[in-house]
Design a protein around this ligand. Structure first.
Ligand SMILES: Cc1cc2nc3c(=O)[nH]c(=O)nc-3n(C[C@H](O)[C@H](O)[C@H](O)COP(=O)(O)OP(=O)(O)OC[C@H]3O[C@@H](n4cnc5c(N)ncnc54)[C@H](O)[C@@H]3O)c2cc1C
Length: 461
């Protein structure tokens, strides 16, 4: 980047918030994927006006800009893949308004998801999107990835709570999308178009989200199984029976052992699998549903069902579950995380399939799933220094993704496309769909300065 552009960036945000020292750049060169790219500078804006001036300058000088939240993305989405600057939103982290009368909140993009959840909880309100990374991921990052998480089965995903945004276009123009009302039919729905766009269309500088009344009570059930198939079957049967728990997570024995190894919560490490299920709502309904779900689990083969007796017990179980990726990551230098999602009635078959594929390719496997919505997360720990092992892991992932597509699934339920899954895009999207998506990108970003090297560019067709 030319020195005069750098000087102008410094004149917008000051030297402290425009980082160029190698040790600073290094800290922004990686995310939660295996990719690494060094940016030329890292800029930390504090206001929409600063973002707008930065983008105007970058567009005039054709400098690449990669937006970044907490960098918990799993596919290199927030990395400066072709150089230029990283625009980090972590200093724009104010909750601007919580409107209890109309049940919405307006936040800056760098607010951490769990901080918003806690702030609205104190007012008896509820922000349902709950990715496993809620304690680090930002609202901006989750909007741009349309993050899912634990509560998808009952409450849906980030998109379902997004009402509107203030955005800055790559040109530097500031624009609003959406409203604060639940209903809004005014032209194309640009809010939803940008949600899940992986930071390729525009920069979110303010985000309006819908809130729900806080469920009055919650019970967490831990159903313990001697057979992984029985655990998977329970999930399909619960859904088929029309019961909608708030969460329904599946863990196999390897995940539980890894968690237990350092969380020491008393997970049943001798069991083949467990389901972690929440039911929430009014106390009478919750008590009744907890009994129905517990009975269902037993009928489907659970050897034991533990029902939490306090909020602390609920919180401990979920805190343990949230450590699953980290716990498995301790088993090997790298860990591939699959995210293919299948219709929930195929859950048992899909789990069998991934086990078979991993066995055939001699790949280690731990099975974790947001099972209630068919979102599988097979975890494959491996040593990237062993080229043969890495190639076998990649082959296993390819085979599983291809299988998921044959049964009506999707290549990604929630982690997005990023650099890892772009190769599968032409298998799921038609050439016409890809052409339209590229035209949309062009109309937002005619110079291609925002997040270059992202999924549409890496995609083979
Ligand atoms: C342990 C762990 C558990 C996880 N669990 C889940 C899960 O349950 N469900 C799930 O969906 N994901 C999960 N993820 C993935 C990840 O947390 C999500 O993709 C999350 O949405 C990323 O948020 P972030 O703030 O880290 O964004 P980043 O990774 O920093 O960025 C994500 C994308 O958003 C763009 N971006 C960020 N801020 C802005 C902005 N203000 N304007 C425009 N673009 C922006 C970036 O350019 C990038 O393309 C998990 C990851 C980890 C490491």
């Amino acid at each position: 980047m030319k020195q005069d552009v750098l000087n102008k960036l410094i004149s917008i945000v000051g030297k402290e918030r425009c980082k160029t020292a190698p040790e600073d750049l290094l800290a922004y060169s990686y995310d939660a994927s295996i990719h690494e790219f060094m940016p030329e500078a890292v800029v930390l804006p504090k206001s929409t006006e600063e973002v707008s001036r930065i983008m105007k300058l970058c567009s005039e000088n054709k400098v690449y800009v990669t937006p970044r939240g907490a960098a918990s993305g799993l596919g290199g989405e927030a990395l400066a893949k072709q150089g230029g600057i990283v625009l980090s939103f972590t200093m724009m982290n104010n909750i601007l308004e919580i409107n209890t009368a109309n049940r919405y909140a307006i936040v800056e993009p760098g607010v951490i998801v769990s901080d918003l959840q806690k702030a609205v909880d104190a007012l008896n309100l509820f922000y349902p999107p709950d990715p496993g990374s809620a304690n680090v991921a930002t609202i901006g990052g989750t909007v741009m990835m349309n993050a899912g998480g634990m509560r998808g089965i009952k409450y849906g995903v980030t998109r379902d709570y997004l009402l509107g945004m203030e955005i800055v276009l790559p040109s530097g123009e500031i624009m609003k999308t959406g409203t604060v009302t639940v209903k809004d039919v005014t032209g194309f729905d640009l809010t939803r178009l940008i949600c899940g766009s992986e930071g390729t269309l525009a920069l979110a500088t303010k985000i309006t989200v819908r809130l729900l009344p806080k469920p009055k009570t919650k019970r967490t059930l831990l159903a313990i199984y001697d057979s992984l198939d029985d655990a998977g079957m329970t999930v399909s049967k619960i859904v088929e029976a029309g019961i909608i728990p708030a969460t329904c997570e599946l863990m196999d024995t390897i995940v539980m052992k890894a968690i237990e190894d350092y969380y020491h919560l008393g997970f049943p490490v001798d069991a083949a699998a467990a389901l972690l299920i929440d039911v929430d709502g009014d106390p009478e309904v919750v008590e009744r549903q907890a009994v129905i779900v517990g009975d269902f689990c037993k009928k489907c083969g659970a050897r034991d069902v533990r029902v939490s007796k306090s909020d602390k017990e609920n919180d401990d179980l979920w805190a343990a579950r949230r450590t699953a990726f980290g716990a498995i990551a301790r088993l090997a230098p790298q860990c591939a995380i699959e995210d293919a999602t299948v219709p929930v009635s195929y859950l048992v078959e899909a789990i069998k399939k991934v086990i078979e594929i991993c066995k055939k390719n001699r790949v280690r496997l731990a099975v974790l799933a947001h099972a209630g919505d068919g979102n599988l997360h097979p975890l494959m720990p491996f040593d990237g220094r062993d080229a043969d092992e890495q190639a076998r892991v990649e082959k296993a992932m390819d085979e599983f993704v291809e299988y998921a597509m044959t049964i009506g699934g999707t290549i990604s339920g929630e982690h997005g496309i990023g650099m890892n899954k772009a190769k599968y895009l032409p298998q799921q999207l038609s050439p016409t769909s890809l052409r339209i998506q590229r035209e949309i990108k062009k109309s937002f970003d005619p110079q291609g300065i925002l997040n270059p090297g992202s999924f549409l560019e890496v995609c083979p067709l």
